[in-house]
Design a binder for this molecule. Structure first.
Ligand SMILES: [Zn+2]
Length: 298
């Protein structure tokens, strides 16, 4: 494999692409959300992730239901523990797509039928701005919608795992590492960063990790992540809730450390995320590069 760093220079060419006007037409968001609900289940099922968590953490897994709403202020999607339901807000997704299109400059795009050539990057903005690979091999608005919804759906699905593990831990004192897991799972910040870390890993393991251009996003995000941790420690320029940045950054370090072995190491990574808390995330990002072989939880 070529050095993914070589491809980072491609990232700056995003804005040189051009769009066809018909790509900016309305899309069927209900259909895309429903498809991604099924698709993310299949991604997890194909990798046996649901079975792995069920068997190893003895959860009583129930597939969350999906509810699509016109508008919920601020959020793209959410997970309700009491209803075991994943909820999506269409208007918020539309606004995020518009934001991304604005970044691309509403120009004409060179469409590609080849997945690797078609990899471009969304600018996902939390406290810092990070790159997220996605594939343009069809309507640009649809491609952006699919990417945003898929990553968010994976995030919400992880919340369902965490709450099912928490339910089990509360009832069963025989689970390994019970006290430790109960402590970290009862901290809401940890729940958000774990879901964000999983979202990145599972989004990339579904294809992108095999391509230099997919990995390049992880490599280019890591310096931004280290800067973010510096700022966090100096307590400056932090505007919003930080666990999303932290989890996103942790996911990128896992992808960069595992590279082409991401898929074969997936169960270690799942165990690692199940044992993940804020302190370890900060530590790993801070020292990434000094000790990159030892990212995983033993
Ligand atoms: Zn969340």
């Amino acid at each position: 494999m070529n050095d993914p760093k070589e491809y980072i220079k491609d990232l700056s060419y995003n804005t040189k692409d051009v769009f066809f006007n018909d790509d900016l037409d309305k899309i069927n968001l209900d259909k895309i959300i429903e498809n991604e609900y099924k698709n993310t289940f299949e991604i997890l099922d194909k990798l046996d992730i649901i079975k792995y968590i069920k068997d190893n953490y003895k959860i009583n897994y129930k597939e969350p239901e999906l509810e699509i709403l016109e508008y919920i202020p601020i959020i793209i999607g959410g997970y309700s523990r009491s209803k075991n339901k994943i909820i999506f807000s269409k208007k918020s997704i539309e606004s995020l797509i518009d934001e991304q299109l604005e970044f691309f400059g509403y120009k004409e795009i060179k469409r590609s039928t080849n997945d690797t050539q078609g990899i471009k990057y969304l600018n996902m903005s939390f406290n810092s701005i990070f790159l997220y690979p996605f594939c343009i091999n069809r309507n640009i608005r649809e491609a952006i919608a699919e990417s945003i919804i898929r990553s968010k759906m994976l995030h919400e699905r992880w919340h369902s795992f965490d709450y099912m593990i928490l339910d089990k831990l509360e009832k069963d004192s025989t689970i390994k590492d019970r006290d430790y897991l109960l402590t970290i799972l009862n901290n809401h910040d940890n729940l958000e960063l774990r879901a964000s870390a999983f979202e990145v890993v599972d989004y990339l393991v579904n294809g992108f990790y095999k391509h230099e251009k997919g990995l390049a996003a992880a490599y280019s995000n890591i310096p931004t992540c280290r800067e973010f941790i510096d700022k966090l420690e100096r307590k400056e320029d932090i505007y919003t809730y930080v666990p999303y940045d932290l989890g996103f950054c942790y996911g990128n370090t896992v992808v960069a450390a595992n590279r082409s072995s991401l898929k074969e190491n997936i169960y270690n990574i799942i165990d690692d995320i199940i044992h993940l808390d804020k302190e370890r995330v900060i530590n790993v990002i801070k020292h990434y590069g000094d000790n990159s072989d030892k990212l995983l939880h033993d």
